[in-house]
Design a protein. Sequence first.
Length: 97
Amino acid sequence: MNIGACKITLRIPESHSLKGKRRVIGSICARVRNKFNVSISEVGDNDVWQIAVLGVTTVSNSARHADDTLNQVVSFIEANREDLEVVSVEQETMTGF
């Protein structure tokens, strides 16, 4: 079993309240969940208006497939949301569970 985990830090310059941030993050999470069948959630900077940290995980029988899926998620977020900026991405695949 291979587990892929990814931490994505986003900047949302258009957000001027936590409510606006939650709307953007909720939309991203729902679209990513539906398209890629991964787990995704906001995992940090919950009280900061213009910064969001998302955690994404996937389980696969192939480490390569887990890496590819996480790379596709990051590319999807960058390509489909012009109202935000991907600041950083940390990705790891754990093998042998």
